[in-house]
Design a protein around this ligand. Sequence first.
Ligand code: AMP
Length: 271
Amino acid sequence: MLQASRGWRRGGGSIGLVPTMGALHAGHLSLVELARRENDVVVVSIFVNPIQFGPGEDFARYPRDPARDARLLHQAEVDAIYEPSADVMYPPDAGTRVHVGSVAEPLEGRARPGHFEGVATVVTKLLAAVEPDRAYFGQKDAQQVAVVKRLVRDLDLGVDMRIAPTVREVDGLALSSRNVYLDPEGRKAAASLSAGLRAAAQAYAGGERDPDLLRRVLAAPMGAEPLVAVEYAEVVDPATFHKPGTLAVVAARLGKTRLIDNHDLRLPFVR
Ligand code: AMP
């Protein structure tokens, strides 16, 4: 990968990297399209990163469809797919891990111990392998964005972080590779996550600033769905992920499926 990348660089081309875990959907493809517009060369990595999954999480059953992904990426005119194997990424004697600190601790960090260390480690490795000018991430995973921005700053990685808005279904549900786990009832109930974000954004636009009240508005639609178990519903700072702030973040379980979503209350909620 590095050899190819350095070849493109010698030829004067700018390089954009879109890291993914595959099972591509329109959210991923929006990142690819943005990267396509902004770079001479676009690399998409596909790697279901074992070290960002906890024991008992969905690593083994995470959806994988490399042939379909390759077709979609070919249509999107990407220049290369970087699809390393787990043995290449993590030989048995590779013990180095990247620990980001405070921003990785609350919310997702608390719910998924070790998750962001796995994310930070794999992103560091992908950036080292591709040496891109720009790296593309989705606002869908807002805490991941904050963690990777901090990583890039703290380790002087010098890559330009480009963040794309969340792509949603018509009822507001954020596209996610994990949505395929939902049965029809779960799929309907899942719209309550974005319904809370929409309601909180409307309350905020109407002048509401009381954090407790905003949090209640945010959590109410999920609370009204018997199939939805709320893990958290908070309004935090989008850079530090500590309170107070304007970023509404939610996580919930629908049976075995865990979903997350977020919205910056300063912006109108589209869908
Ligand atoms: P994943 O394959 O889930 O690791 O996601 C790869 C990248 O796509 C991450 O930067 C995600 O934040 C981004 N992404 C996932 N879902 C969406 C979505 N619905 N809209 C925009 N970006 C997304």
